[in-house]
Design a protein around this ligand. Sequence first.
Ligand SMILES: Cc1cc2nc3c(=O)[nH]c(=O)nc-3n(C[C@H](O)[C@H](O)[C@H](O)COP(=O)(O)OP(=O)(O)OC[C@H]3O[C@@H](n4cnc5c(N)ncnc54)[C@H](O)[C@@H]3O)c2cc1C
Length: 305
Amino acid sequence: MKRPEPLEIFQPSSVREASTILHEKGPGGRFFAGGTDLLIAIKEKGLVPKYIVDLKRIPALSGIREQPDGGLIIGALTTMRELETSPILCQRYPFLAQSAAEVGSIQIRNRATIGGNMANATPSADVAPALLVLEARTKIVGMDGERVIELEKFFRGPGQTEMGPEEILTEILIPPFQPGLVGEYIKFSPREMMDLAYIGVAVTLLLSEKEKRCEEVRIALGAVSPTPMRARKAEAVLTNQILTQELAEQAGEEASRECKPISDVRSSADYRREMVRVNTKRALLNAAAGHNGATPWAYRRDKRY
Ligand SMILES: Cc1cc2nc3c(=O)[nH]c(=O)nc-3n(C[C@H](O)[C@H](O)[C@H](O)COP(=O)(O)OP(=O)(O)OC[C@H]3O[C@@H](n4cnc5c(N)ncnc54)[C@H](O)[C@@H]3O)c2cc1C
């Protein structure tokens, strides 16, 4: 492991100040949140930032806030551990809390932030599929003001986002809660902990009360394309249909066709496609089984079929 060179570190107390530092000091600076990706890039991948702007002293970037319309604002510095244990997330979106709980170890989750997970733009980022099925948006602030873009458009490729070098991801915006929405996240990785997802699949369903007709279906996949992706062809298989084992199977097959996995040290592309097929079906059936039920995800996680 390479010993890092001495670094100039700034600790601004506002977003404006942080952006101004980047603007005035010029190219080569890096924002620092939890540091779980950045320090590895410095120590093991040869990244040499000219200076670091530590965001941790900006209180406005932390925490989960409910909005009057029922939407949620998640500050970019909110840690995975805070997401995993948040009462409002565990109650409304247990699959999102679960996706945060799948990240690394508890030590990592106490530092790793949701903003860093998105800004680093790894295709396997665990929280991304769960946010995509919630149709989350991102708020980005820079010297020219702020803009809001859909998370789906935020990712441009592995390690690449829509943000410019002086811009800061400040918030993740979750739309108002839809009563009856159920969901599931499955991380497939042969190791129980401390491994990146071979594939990830998140689903949400809005089912009609009586016959379980899918009024709304969202499916998102991780680690099987250059960016986390929505599987819209698979969604179309189920929309306005009554969810059955056979249709869930068909949606899984469609998802495995529309993803674009690569072969790498973890897995071949073919194996990833197969895992997408199996786990999309499983996620759909798990989500439907939780419909109108109040069983916590931590319990369900051990009872999956
Ligand atoms: C041992 C280990 C295991 C891991 N396991 C998993 C796993 O299972 N699943 C998973 O998804 N990830 C995993 N990770 C990756 C990592 O923990 C996450 O990606 C983490 O969420 C990154 O957040 P951070 O706050 O640490 O970001 P940092 O390392 O501080 O920053 C990452 C990048 O994002 C930029 N950045 C950070 N915040 C902002 C912001 N608000 N605005 C603009 N740019 C910003 C930084 O400049 C940097 O380029 C693991 C990491 C380690 C070390």
